[in-house]
Design a protein around this ligand. Structure first.
Ligand code: R5P
Length: 303
């Protein structure tokens, strides 16, 4: 039995990159959308470990397709089915912030656990739920860190006087790891979200950026509001050049243009989500995780 990567059209290039890293084959998952919006999913048979690759930006339709693909792979004889979702959606709503709200993290996590035997993702936005295993009860789960990938992206051209900035306490983990690996100074902001595109932010000791380059480091660029607010503060504090780097960039072209207009000279992200900022290859880190993954027995034997 041999492992195989299965990729949807929208993640095909990334699925092939992972398959190459693992030294296994990559098969397409065919998707037909009926006129009424329903999906027909067709997979190719897989007898060993089936690695289903799909990143979950714009998740609503993608999730249904994924569950259909997992079911078809199981019916076709796959022994173990692992979901590799480099960006894992619905992780931010981990409690009901107001009465009547669904706890999306719990709902989506349980659905994934019901269809897959394992989950690998990158820097999931776990805040109050510390452990990814608690999100997908009963299956193996691994959160890969993009910190090394980000450090490699920055290493080529970062100068020693650069200050790394984490916009909020949740980003401390990423910024501390990248700063330690590059030997750079770091600052961490304090953020309060007021709405989808409205944040209140302060950066203690921000005066330290005067006359120095600053790079914002975060797990996620969504609307871009967080980075835009940070950039304004850094400009006012006298930073000479402002850049941003994130694990996942979900922002559309309009929001990216607003960030450029707001003074961010360069925006980079890993390629967990395809787009104009995606330049840090995450496939090597995913392949390494898969080789150590308890559920993926036959991956270890591949080249
Ligand atoms: C929040 O805690 C995250 O780390 C990001 O800072 C946040 O999700 C970014 O969202 P936006 O780009 O919409 O401000």
């Amino acid at each position: 039995m041999i492992a195989m990567v299965h990729g949807f059209d929208d993640s095909s290039a990334a699925a092939h990159r992972l398959a190459r890293e693992l030294g296994v084959g990559c098969r397409p998952i065919a998707l037909h959308r009926f006129p009424d919006g329903e999906s027909l999913v067709r997979v190719q048979p897989s007898s060993g470990t089936a690695i289903v690759y799909r990143t979950l930006d714009h998740p609503n339709e993608k999730l249904v397709d994924l569950f259909l693909a997992a079911s078809a792979l199981r019916d076709g004889g796959a022994r173990t089915i692992i979901l590799v979702a480099p960006y894992l959606a619905y992780m931010r709503q981990d409690i009901a912030f107001a009465p009547g709200e669904a706890v999306s993290q719990k709902v989506i996590g349980r659905l994934i656990a019901a269809h897959f035997d394992g989950l690998i993702t990158v820097d999931p936005h776990l805040h109050r739920t510390r452990d990814l295993c608690n999100v997908v009860p009963g299956i193996d789960a691994l959160a890969v860190s993009a910190a090394d990938t980000i450090a490699t992206m920055l290493r080529a051209d970062v100068t020693p006087d650069t200050v790394l900035i984490g916009p909020d306490s949740e980003s401390r983990l990423w910024v501390a790891s990248v700063a330690a690996s590059l030997g750079l100074e770091m600052l961490v902001g304090e953020k309060r979200r007021l709405g989808d595109r409205e944040v209140e932010l302060a950066i203690p000791d921000i005066a330290r950026v005067r006359g120095r380059p600053a790079i914002l480091v975060d797990d996620l660029i969504s609307s871009g509001a967080t980075l835009l607010r940070c950039a304004g503060l850094l400009r006012a504090a006298g930073a000479v050049r402002i850049e941003a780097v994130a694990t996942h960039c979900l922002a559309g072209l309009h929001d990216l243009a607003a960030l450029t207009h707001g003074g961010i000279a360069r925006i980079r992200s890993t390629d967990t989500v395809a787009g104009p900022t995606a330049c840090g290859p995450i496939a090597p880190a995913l392949a390494q995780a898969l080789r150590q993954f308890p559920a993926a027995h036959d991956v270890r034997t591949c080249a």
